[in-house]
Design a protein around this ligand. Structure first.
Ligand code: SF4
Length: 59
């Protein structure tokens, strides 16, 4: 059984707001604010990049 890595271990995942910050935020439908895409921990995409174990030193 394979195990697929998800947004929760991606370096672009922002867990407090459950957002993907791979790219700059986009205008919302209201046109008054820009937003990042909302994703779930078990989502994933082709831009997945594993979060470094130690983000300070990138190891
Ligand atoms: S896997 Fe894709 S959608 Fe999920 S946080 Fe990473 S870049 Fe964003």
């Amino acid at each position: 059984m394979s195990q697929i890595a998800g947004c929760d271990t991606c370096k672009f995942y922002e867990p407090e707001e459950e957002q993907c910050r791979r790219n700059a935020p986009l205008p919302s439908d209201s046109g008054h604010v820009a937003i990042w895409p909302h994703v779930s921990e078990d989502d994933w995409c082709g831009e997945y990049t594993r979060r470094p174990a130690n983000p300070v030193f990138g190891t």
